[in-house]
Design a protein around this ligand. Structure first.
Ligand code: DGT
Ligand code: CA
Ligand code: CA
Ligand code: ZN
Length: 597
């Protein structure tokens, strides 16, 4: 992915915040916010575009394009710098609190002189915010909660940011003379949802040239520690990278050790000890003689301990060792096993790309089927109407005739419904029956209370036309916690009604999360791993969803979008209670027979 696009997106988001903080034009702030999103989701790298090319991006006008050009020519944008200078750094630090908007941050700074997160927490505890206009006890609670979220996410970064950087680093080091093998290990290889630091491993006889090449990488801003075996650096994005160079014949043992998790390592070391062996990052040794037994590959080390090779995504000491000993490890779902994407958007609602472009990009990924699920009318800012939805359906049917030819990609016309506070959705049954599938998700009223939230989700499952519960807990990593519903009750309702739970693959969400997937699976729930793509680039987020599903031990049998088309259509029929699957007939007609009144 183009890192320059992310840089510009962050810059314009900051500019929008700065405009709001300084009491500037709210409309202008929104324009930059929109441009930030459009550029972040644009498929081509913006540093390769000129002003004219930039203006072809939706939401990017002349003056925005000029700022992009200025940024890549000068390294900064004067308009942004001017506003930066007006706003004290402390206020900018306060806006990092997810529940505190820029306006309130400015009030806190001007009225109480608060300019850091710590000072703000102290002021709340001393009840100094109570007298300010617009700051009730509820606001205080929200801010404290935001501070907690900020601190718990700590310095960890999202999976996609870390993976991009790690892949660049591995590619660069693999080209250095003397590099025999190179891979990333640690939490990234295990696909954890956030990453503390990147661990890169190299096998080489002479470490020095690799250590030097590493510290000279263009995005390295600081060398934290440098040695023969290990070098640590900080990068321009704040994320640290550890590089370890090991002798080629220790590769397997080192990869195993530095992949972790620590809990998994401790368990396999115990197994070694019980067999009179000693395990370290250099190999598996005889405890008495000190003689090295194996170390070249991970398989060798596991095998000598009586275990099959264990997928990195399972290495959390959540039963994988016992399952390995019984030879009952799950045959995990993989990205190549994914046959289609069941939750995606177009520019008919809040997506960035037109229908045809999304469909073409999906076909290029080799999918056997692809669902378009734009928002229904209940999210009123999307301005959906019955007519617009039906007009889109005609276009989808026409595209299906082209793309579906000779075993090509079948198109499903769906919608993402909004689950209202009472569990209802955007349209009545007779309109819903016309869709090939419906995703239904919660988008607001997150703090209704546990019972109401549980009832709300269960009611959505009971709707015969709802096939997938989208981003089930609505969490946004580092920004918004998941809703407080009785998930076990929701999972049971999904299993009972034939409703799938989504594993939303967007790296900001990864919702359901690994541990919830494990629990849901015990209820016999089926899953859909979806990109929820709002742009062409987002289609490739699928890999993060698959990694998360693997961490939840999911196999192809558990995941409906690995199934062949006809089996999927049977599932979408909800056991005959929902739609009949003649909807997307080969002739493109829209015949539907219903069991429902
Ligand atoms: P992170 O960086 O917080 O996202 O998580 P990890 O798992 O990448 O942790 P990190 O970078 O501290 O260490 C990388 C791996 O090295 C870790 O997964 C297991 C191994 N490791 C590190 N420290 C220890 C330790 O004290 N004992 C054992 N057995 N293994 C360790
Ligand atoms: Ca790490
Ligand atoms: Ca590390
Ligand atoms: Zn969506």
């Amino acid at each position: 992915m183009a890192r320059s696009n992310d840089e510009i997106a962050a810059l314009f988001q900051e500019y929008a915040d700065l405009i709001s903080i300084t009491g500037g034009d709210a409309f202008k702030a929104r324009v930059y916010e929109k441009a930030a999103r459009a550029i972040g989701g644009h498929h081509a790298a913006v540093d390769k575009l000129d002003a004219k090319g930039l203006q072809e991006i939706p939401g990017v006008g002349k003056s925005i394009a000029e700022k992009v050009v200025e940024y890549f020519r000068e390294g900064s944008v004067s308009a942004v710098e001017e506003l930066r200078a007006k706003v004290p750094a402390g206020v900018r630090q306060l806006t990092a609190i997810p529940t505190l908007g820029p306006k309130k941050a400015l009030v806190l700074h001007e009225e109480l002189g608060i300019s850091s997160v710590e000072e703000l927490a102290d002021a709340i505890h001393a009840e100094r915010l109570r007298d300010l206009k617009g700051f009730g006890p509820r606001t205080e609670e929200n801010i404290l909660h935001g501070i907690e979220l900020l601190q718990s996410s700590g310095d960890r970064v999202l999976l996609d940011v870390a993976l991009d950087l790690a892949e660049d680093t591995v590619a660069a080091l693999s080209g250095v003379t003397g590099c025999r093998r190179c891979a990333y290990a640690g939490s990234l290889r295990r696909f954890r949802e956030t990453i503390g630091d990147i661990d890169v491993l190299v096998a080489a006889d002479r470490p020095t040239p690799l250590m030097r090449a590493f510290t000279e990488l263009p995005y390295v801003t600081e060398v934290i520690a440098q040695g023969e075996k290990k070098t640590s650096v900080r990068t321009s994005r704040g994320l640290a990278i550890d590089l370890r160079v090991v002798p080629p014949d220790s590769w397997g043992a080192a990869l195993l050790y530095f992949t972790g998790s620590k809990a998994h390592n401790i368990r396999i070391r115990e197994i070694a000890v019980h067999q009179g062996l000693k395990l370290s990052e250099y190999g598996l040794f005889d405890a008495e003689s000190g003689e090295r037994i194996v170390s070249a590959t991970e398989e060798d080390v596991y095998a000598r301990l009586g275990l099959p090779w264990i997928e990195p995504t399972l290495r959390e000491d959540r039963g994988e060792i016992e399952a390995g000993q019984r030879d009952e490890l799950p045959d995990l779902v993989t990205e190549s096993g994914i046959r289609g994407d069941l939750h995606t958007h177009t520019d008919l609602t809040d997506g960035l790309a037109p229908l045809e472009n999304m469909v073409r990009a999906a076909a290029e990924r080799g999918y056997a089927y692809y669902a378009i699920t734009d928002h229904g009318p209940d999210l009123s800012m999307q301005r959906m109407t019955d007519e617009r939805m039906l007009a889109q359906r005609d276009r989808v049917r026409a595209l299906d005739r082209t793309f579906g030819k000779r075993g090509g990609m079948r198109l499903l016309h769906g919608a993402e419904l909004n689950i209202a506070p009472d569990g209802g959705v955007d349209w009545p049954g007779d309109f819903l029956a016309g869709f090939d599938l419906c995703v239904a998700s919660v988008h607001s009223h997150f703090d209704q209370g546990r019972e109401a939230l549980t009832r709300r989700l269960v009611r959505a499952c009971e709707n015969p036309y709802v096939n997938v519960i989208g981003h089930p807990t609505t969490r946004i990593l580092g920004k918004r916690p998941g809703i407080d519903a009785d998930l076990d009750e929701v999972f049971a309702a999904c299993a009972r009604t034939g409703t799938a739970l989504e594993v939303n693959a967007h790296p900001d969400r990864l919702d359901l999360r690994d541990e919830d997937i494990l629990r849901a699976r015990r209820h016999g729930v089926k899953f859909a791993i979806d990109s929820d793509a709002h742009s062409l680039l987002h289609l490739s987020h699928m890999r993060y969803g698959v990694g998360t599903a693997q961490r939840g031990w999911l196999t192809e049998e558990d995941v409906i979008n690995t199934w062949p088309y006809t089996r999927l259509r049977r599932f979408l029929d909800k056991g005959g209670r929902g739609r009949r699957h003649s909807a997307a007939g080969r002739d493109g007609s829209d015949r539907i027979s219903l069991n429902q009144p």
